[in-house]
Design a protein around this ligand. Structure first.
Ligand SMILES: [Zn+2]
Length: 398
């Protein structure tokens, strides 16, 4: 009879989301509670989008706290800050729109309300949105529908591609920027590979972290049984190949398949420091006086250079942006969908380059996405608020 042995298994919930939602209360928030939230928000304001997004509920909690004290102006400010990171929070969209309608700022309120009416299943919220929409004069609604960018083809944007970006994405990005931003796009192929300075091997980090969690989260007996079962000694785990063998086998013994493992592994690859790529672009590209900035596109996975950052879709520094199509296309057979993702990131990066404010309109191409699912829910068009911002920048260039 076969000996029954206990093997260690992966612990579910590793790296669980840190998101939490505060309970809304009708009681006015205390001075201490507001001060504590304000402190956390001021710390979040200084962090990267990707990191701040994990704690976006803090902005909404602060908005709730202000609202409970009748401080509508501050409640609105905190809500819109949070919406730049999580534009799909429809309750907060409605709060922002309510404030904007009350202040006759219909250009901002209209797209928010239109998105709630289009996307929300919450009947109460939809009714409130409709009542606010009814307060917006018809002339504003017509203007919002017809709003378009005033062409600025005398100005250019230089779009440069690192080697290996597929033509389908090159074409999609350049054409759609030209269509939506109505400026002249000039392209350039870079003949240099992405800089390996500060490169990070995320797969190796994943293996080490998983191994550490397995050792800490299981009994010494279970660990010893597993090592014996796999025919390896504890000290062998120092070796990278053995580490991979061990983690993979624990994964497979936890009920996952070989295909699951390959899918998991595909998420991890060498990650390039986006700041270094920006330096490369500045060193290797020259621009004419009519050029508003440079958008560089890479097929490599990128990160911010900080150990706390998992990955980036894009990074900007003044009038240079770098964006990665890596996570948009990896494992995705639908190239139209992959291109749509790339286009939206290109719109977002171009907005940074020309200097328009971040967007908090739900479903706008430039609204901040925290994941691919959020990116896929959006439309690859700019909202009226972004269009207006572009026109203001263009008018100032004349
Ligand atoms: Zn927008």
């Amino acid at each position: 009879m076969k000996n029954k042995i206990t093997l260690i298994v992966l612990i579910a919930g590793l790296g669980a989301s840190l998101l939490f939602f505060g309970c809304s209360s009708t009681k006015a928030a205390s001075d201490e509670a507001v001060a504590a939230l304000e402190q956390r928000v001021s710390e979040l304001d200084k962090t990267f989008n990707v990191d701040a997004r994990k704690y976006v509920s803090v902005y909404f909690e602060l908005s709730d706290a202000y609202k409970s004290r009748g401080e509508d102006n501050k409640a609105y400010e905190a809500a819109t800050k949070g919406l730049r990171l999580d534009s799909l929070n429809m309750d907060m969209q409605c709060r922002a729109a309510e404030y904007e309608v009350a202040n006759a700022n219909y250009d901002l309120a209209y797209p928010r309300l239109a998105a709630i009416l289009e996307k929300s299943d919450d009947k109460k919220l939809v009714a409130l949105a409709q009542s606010l929409m009814d307060k917006i004069p018809q002339s504003y609604k017509d203007a919002a529908v017809n709003l378009f960018v005033t062409p600025m083809y005398e100005k250019t944007l230089l779009v440069v591609f690192f080697p290996g970006v597929e033509d389908v994405y090159k074409t999609a990005i350049t054409q759609r920027i030209q269509q939506e931003y109505k400026l002249t796009v000039i392209t350039q192929e870079l003949d240099i590979e992405e800089s390996k300075k500060n490169i990070r091997d995320s797969y190796s980090d994943f293996l080490s972290e998983t191994l550490e969690n397995l050792i800490l989260g299981n009994s010494p007996e279970a660990l010893a049984n597993t090592l014996a079962y796999l025919g390896i000694a504890f000290d062998d785990l120092e070796d990278n190949e053995t580490k991979e063998f061990f983690v993979k086998n624990v994964f497979l013994n936890s009920g996952y398949t070989e295909a699951d493992w390959e899918q998991l592994k595909a998420q991890y690859e060498m990650q390039y420091d986006a700041n270094e790529l920006i330096v490369q672009v500045l060193d290797n590209c020259t621009t004419e006086s009519d050029c508003l900035g440079i958008l560089a596109v890479t097929g490599k996975d990128i990160y911010s250079g900080s150990p706390n950052n998992n990955f980036l879709f894009g990074l900007s520094s003044e009038n240079v942006s770098v964006m990665s199509v890596n996570r948009f296309i990896k494992g995705e057979t639908d190239k139209v969908l992959a291109a749509k993702r790339a286009i939206m990131q290109a719109f977002s990066s171009t907005g940074y380059i020309i200097g328009i404010p971040r967007c908090s309109t739900p479903l706008c191409a430039r609204a901040y996405p925290n994941s691919l699912d959020e990116q896929d829910m959006k439309n690859d068009v700019l909202c009226p608020s972004c269009v207006q911002s572009i026109n203001e920048v263009y008018a100032s260039l004349k």
